[in-house]
Design a protein around this ligand. Structure first.
Ligand SMILES: [Zn+2]
Length: 222
């Protein structure tokens, strides 16, 4: 199995090909790959991404079948079945890298902000369970300094939520904590831009706690 940093490099290179409109030929050689993979798989990265139709992990990262173990759920939330899926892949296949892949203008984050700003009480219990998982990371942002408009607020909420999901995964299970301690697993956040197609990998992911200050808020408004 390749290392986490090699895996990260492959993903960056794949996204660069996607952004440059120069995808590899992996998709067209799928038939050969399929028979190779029928007996076993060895995905080099685990992706926890949003279900948004505009962010298919294999396409935006230009990877083929057998390359990525992908978990998709609205709002890339971390609930027990997501943690279990990551544990499964990390233990079973020895995959060294996990990427929480959020994206700009995420509808689940928008829905959470709306629920917090104008609670209507009409949300379904199931949808509410997603909002509740996003709420703790975006709630502190609502105490935003004056001058932070809705677009900037959403931008910060998306990133805060990705960071919170990373933190929850890192501490969400004894198995994952042990793998991280052994340096057998790296969990990072990343944000896909719907506008540019670029994936911004967060190199340094601070723990999500307390009210973040965001001096760049006014800059995001420009
Ligand atoms: Zn989304």
């Amino acid at each position: 199995m390749i290392s986490a940093s090699q895996a990260l490099r492959r993903l960056r290179e794949g996204n660069h090909r996607f952004v440059s409109d120069a995808p590899s030929r992996k998709a067209v050689t799928a038939r050969v790959r399929r028979s190779e993979l029928a007996a076993a798989q060895e995905p080099f990265a685990i992706i926890l991404g949003c279900s948004d139709s505009r962010v298919p992990a294999e396409i935006v990262l230009d990877q083929g079948i057998g390359d990525l173990f992908v978990i998709r759920v609205a709002g890339n939330i971390v609930a027990p079945s997501q943690v279990g899926s990551v544990e499964f892949a990390a233990e079973r296949f020895g995959t060294r890298l996990v990427v929480v892949l959020g994206h700009s203008r995420c509808g689940a984050v928008v829905a959470t902000l709306e629920a917090l700003q104008q609670p209507t009480g009409t949300t379904s219990r199931n949808l509410q369970s997603i909002v509740e998982r996003i709420r703790p990371s975006v709630e502190p942002l609502l105490a935003a300094p004056p001058g932070c408009g809705p677009d900037a607020l959403l931008e910060h909420a998306v990133r805060a939520h990705i960071r919170a999901s990373v933190s929850q995964l890192r501490h969400g299970s004894k198995i994952l904590e042990e793998l991280i301690q052994e340096e057998s697993l790296l969990i990072v956040g990343a944000e896909y831009s719907l506008e540019t197609g670029f994936v911004d990998f967060f190199d340094d992911v601070p723990e999500a706690n307390g009210t973040p200050d965001f001096p760049e808020c006014s800059k995001a408004m420009e």
